[in-house]
Design a protein around this ligand. Structure first.
Ligand SMILES: Nc1ncnc2c1ncn2[C@@H]1O[C@H](COP(=O)(O)OP(=O)(O)OP(=O)(O)O)[C@@H](O)[C@H]1O
Ligand SMILES: N[C@@H](CCO)C(=O)O
Length: 292
């Protein structure tokens, strides 16, 4: 038997990348999850999708979850005759909360789990490399796969990550309208001033210390000059909320490519703009994991 003959279900966390200065490097898994079930069938590709994005995502081979599974099946050297995918989506799409990374992480892990002996053929590092290739950068897929707080980088052609356990109170303010990551990346300049690069290098180093042992430094540690100012025009209300929170001493950043605002605090009810969703979260120690 090549494939397991029962459905496999995973939960996969939302993630926040960058965390201020750590552009394309730092990421954190959050206690907010999508649930995906995959089952091998005799033919075809069918979907049962509910929740976030259900009216927008395709129900064919171009669906991101399927594309990730297909790429992983290539690595595993096996293709199922058919698949049925059930998606219970709660992570909003295009808001800077790692929805695409969640779909990719779930897809590669599910594909491996469906192949009998898949763990012996493809290890976690290889899956992480594949997920990074599909996403284009490692900062969301690392915490989506491994949980916690991750520092990721590219070594030659390979993606690497270091996972750390951290605890933090997190609030996310989610605007009603999306900003696609591709659009937000298109606003970034080809080159940045040396002084700004140096500024961010110091803040990124400080942020690792602040999250692991010096939370009183979070306000300085979450400053950024490499991406948020350039993206402000695409998400002016988010940028304004970040500045307002920071003036009050609350460490706040644009989550990922935006437009969600992430603050390292709870009890921020008074700050929620009308029409935005607000959620109090914690760091998820678990990345994508099986649900029985
Ligand atoms: N669960 C999903 N199923 C299918 N497609 C998805 C899913 N989640 C995300 N996508 C695809 O990814 C797109 C969103 O990706 P995008 O990179 O723009 O934002 P994000 O991942 O939510 O935010 P960020 O990368 O800034 O954290 C959606 O518009 C959709 O095409
Ligand atoms: N580092 C990425 C995260 C969003 O995918 C960015 O800011 O564009």
């Amino acid at each position: 038997m090549t494939f397991v003959d029962v459905p496999v279900t995973v939960r996969v966390p939302a993630t926040s990348a960058n965390l201020g200065p750590g552009f394309d490097s730092l990421g954190m898994a959050l206690s907010w999850y999508d649930e995906v079930t995959a089952e091998v069938t005799t033919s075809g590709l069918t979907f049962d999708i509910e929740g976030e994005g259900a009216d927008e995502v395709p129900r064919d081979e171009t669906h991101l979850l399927y594309r990730a599974m297909d790429a992983a099946f290539d690595l595993l050297g096996e293709k199922p005759a058919g698949l049925h995918l059930t998606c219970r989506n709660t992570i909003p799409h295009g808001r800077g909360l790692g929805s695409s990374a969640a779909a990719i992480a779930a897809g590669v892990v599910l594909a491996r789990a469906l192949v009998v002996g898949g763990d012996e053929r493809v290890d976690d590092t290889t899956l992480f490399g594949l997920a990074t290739d599909l996403e284009g950068h490692p900062d969301n897929v690392a915490p989506a796969l491994f949980g916690g707080f991750t520092i990721s980088w590219i070594e030659g052609a390979a993606a690497e990550t270091l996972r750390l356990d951290v605890e933090a109170d997190v609030t996310v303010f989610v605007p009603p309208e999306p900003v696609a990551t591709s659009v937000a990346r298109g606003l970034l300049p080809e080159q940045v001033p040396h002084g700004d690069a140096s500024f961010n290098a110091g803040r990124t180093a400080l942020l690792v210390a602040a999250l692991t042992s010096a939370p009183e430094r979070l306000i300085s540690a979450t400053e950024d000059r490499l991406h948020q100012p350039y993206r402000a025009e695409a998400m002016p209300d988010s940028y304004k909320l970040v500045r307002q929170l920071r003036v009050e001493g609350v460490p706040a950043v644009i989550s990922g490519a935006g437009p969600t605002v992430l603050a390292f605090a709870h009890g921020l009810e008074a700050w929620s703009p009308a029409g935005w969703a607000r959620r109090e979260l914690r760091v998820s120690p678990e990345g994508v994991h099986f649900r029985s």
